[in-house]
Write a protein that binds this ligand. Structure first.
Ligand SMILES: NC(=O)c1ccc[n+]([C@@H]2O[C@H](COP(=O)([O-])OP(=O)(O)OC[C@H]3O[C@@H](n4cnc5c(N)ncnc54)[C@H](O)[C@@H]3O)[C@@H](O)[C@H]2O)c1
Length: 217
């Protein structure tokens, strides 16, 4: 597989293909045409053919796509054929919600530890995992082969914590703190802003002329 030649735009669409193909598998659907997939995903059939042609030979005239094969291959491209150890930093509302979301484990993301700097949280367990204090962070990352840190702490502390993570050899940060992190290029950062998604929804409601409650001044 020549992954280097796949464009970034295609890569960003892969998780969605992966999700839909996973649902087809759960429904015991073995093959699907690009037209059928197009209807389900609301993407044009030609976009699907173009995207999936990047991986060569997956679709066959008159047969369509072999769902299991495509799902497996896209999983490999996304690095989902191996496990990734991760930790959560910030055991508050969001950190706990993510820690309790067991579907990540099914995808191969294994929660190894949860950290916080509030002594009240020390040894509180979330899904059987004890909350640890930050002084254990560096050793823990090295000993447990942790690749990914999820940052669910207030933005004021994010820069400082990110630099500790870099020092400790973390490879990737899933950043929920609302701030851009300055880390070396070798460390991957994926920022998540749920409120931006909500704003897009608000925009669409507005375009649709939906009634909205006026804000109190
Ligand atoms: N990106 C998003 O879509 C999104 C969505 C919701 C919340 N957030 C942000 O995520 C953060 C967490 O939200 P929450 O509702 O869980 O808050 P919270 O107050 O419930 O939890 C934050 C936790 O971080 C811990 N903490 C603070 N500083 C720390 C440090 N230096 N090291 C380790 N732990 C530290 C606190 O003790 C607390 O347990 C907030 O900054 C919030 O703005 C982002």
């Amino acid at each position: 597989m020549r992954e280097r030649e796949i464009s970034q735009a295609v890569i960003t669409r892969l998780p969605r293909y992966y999700r839909y193909l996973g649902e087809l598998l759960e429904d015991d659907i073995e093959r699907i045409s690009s037209n059928e997939l197009s209807k389900r995903m609301q993407v044009t059939a030609s976009q699907i053919r173009q995207d999936l042609n990047n991986f060569g030979g997956f679709g066959q005239q008159g047969y369509g796509y072999n769902v299991k094969y495509l799902y497996t291959e896209i999983g490999k491209i996304l690095g989902l054929d191996v496990n990734h150890n991760y930790i959560i930093i910030g055991a508050g509302n969001l950190g706990q919600a993510l820690a309790n979301y067991t579907t990540f484990e099914r995808r191969g993301f294994i929660l190894r530890g949860i950290f916080d700097n509030n002594p009240v949280m020390e040894d509180v367990t979330i899904r059987g995992i004890p909350v640890r204090m930050m002084d254990e962070l560096k050793d823990f990352i090295a000993k447990n082969n942790v690749e990914i840190a999820v940052l669910t702490i207030p933005k004021e502390h994010a820069t400082d914590v990110a630099s500790h993570l870099v020092e400790a050899g973390i490879k990737a940060i899933w950043n929920f703190a609302h701030t851009d992190l300055a880390v070396p290029e070798s460390v991957m950062v994926e920022n998540v802003h749920l409120s931006e998604s909500l704003m897009k929804l608000s925009y669409r409601l507005k375009q649709n002329g939906e009634h909205a409650y006026q804000k109190d001044n």
